[in-house]
Design a protein around this ligand. Structure first.
Ligand code: MTE
Length: 322
């Protein structure tokens, strides 16, 4: 976000910039079939992409219509180039330090303007709602992007269970606060806990996802285990990680980055190539895993989901309400 890390930043070559996971797996098979199997096995581990630890395989994943026809970002890039300030501000801090975080067992408290306040356990969440695989574009405000096979549950279906009242105009989300497990929370570079919010119609939109996995397995800690939000038409910082609390509110809730730098980050944070960030353009983006010489690609309005979400903002000035 505000602090840019150049170690793996734009232009940095990394071993993962080789191929997405299945291409990588296929290549291993090909090498084996071609008689290179032993050589491949004997190769130093460093030659193979390092796949960060993920949790259990998610069973009974439901295929979804929300699928972007694009090259998947390699799992290693998704799990080693992260923003999760609870573990530090560097892109590799989350994958280095998130091992200290023990997410399970987990439950989310739901309160505020709803008929049935209560909690939902992680096991209940993945056991009682269909867990869908959805391939989404994901665009960070820092102008990098990915294409991610998320696994998750429709946010709307979870919210409906708690029966929001007519006063519920917004939904506020909060990340867990555990400084003993999240070393970044011992430092004051953000006001903890991390908080985010959506308007209720945005939260109820069928694209809004409570993600519990990636590439068919439970979320690695650095990606927001065990439950994080994914709102694909908004900049990545709206996709709050490791959620412990959801509150239906009548008033617009505070959001971490708006509180931190209100002139730079508004409440809506819709991907908008026409509105530059005050310090850099939002017109183009760099795909993670694309390699050193990959050309930047144009950023699409609402990150390519204009057809699905533009009507939510009919008549609004999206430069003013950024
Ligand atoms: N959630 C919490 N709790 N803390 C964070 O620092 N960073 C946000 C978002 N959610 C963040 C967070 C930002 S800036 C981005 S771009 C995405 O997470 C990154 O998600 P990823 O690491 O899975 O790519």
């Amino acid at each position: 976000m505000l602090i840019k890390n150049s170690r793996f930043g734009p232009g940095g070559v990394r071993p993962s910039e080789i191929a997405p996971k299945d291409v990588w797996l296929n290549r291993r098979e090909l090498l084996g079939n071609a008689g290179f199997g032993l050589a491949a096995l004997a190769a130093p581990a460093a030659l193979w992409p390092r796949v960060a630890h993920a949790g259990r395989k998610l069973e009974d994943l439901v295929k979804s219509d929300w699928v972007v026809d694009d090259v998947l970002t390699p799992l290693e890039d998704i799990t080693t180039y992260n923003n999760f300030y609870e573990f530090g501000t560097g892109k590799d801090d989350p994958s280095r330090y998130a091992g200290a975080f023990k997410p399970l067992p987990w439950s989310i408290q739901v309160h505020g303007e709803c008929e049935d306040r209560g909690t939902i356990d992680y096991e209940d969440l993945i056991g009682s709602f269909p867990v869908e695989e959805r391939i989404y574009r994901f665009r960070c405000v820092e102008a990098w992007s990915m294409v991610v096979p998320w696994a998750g549950v429709s946010l709307a279906s979870v919210l409906q269970r708690f029966r929001p009242t007519s006063k519920a105009k917004y939904v506020a989300f909060e990340t867990v606060y555990r400084p003993e497990e999240m070393r970044g929370q011992k430092r004051g570079f953000l006001d903890w806990p991390y908080v985010e919010g959506l308007r209720i119609d945005e939260a109820m939109h069928p694209l809004s996802l409570l993600a519990v996995g990636v590439y068919g397995e439970e979320l690695p800690n650095q990606n927001g285990a065990p439950v994080r939000l994914v709102v694909p038409w908004k900049y990545g910082y709206k996709s709050i990680k490791s959620i412990v609390s959801i509150t239906f509110t009548e008033d617009e809730p505070p959001t971490t980055w708006n509180r931190q730098a209100p002139h730079e980050y508004g409440f809506y944070s819709n991907v908008n190539p026409e509105r530059p960030h005050p310090r850099w353009s939002q017109a183009r983006e760099r795909r993670l895993g694309g390699g050193l010489f990959a050309r930047k690609i144009p950023t699409l309005k609402f990150n390519g989901y204009e057809k699905e979400v533009a009507s939510l903002y009919a008549g609004m000035d999206l430069i003013e309400h950024h």
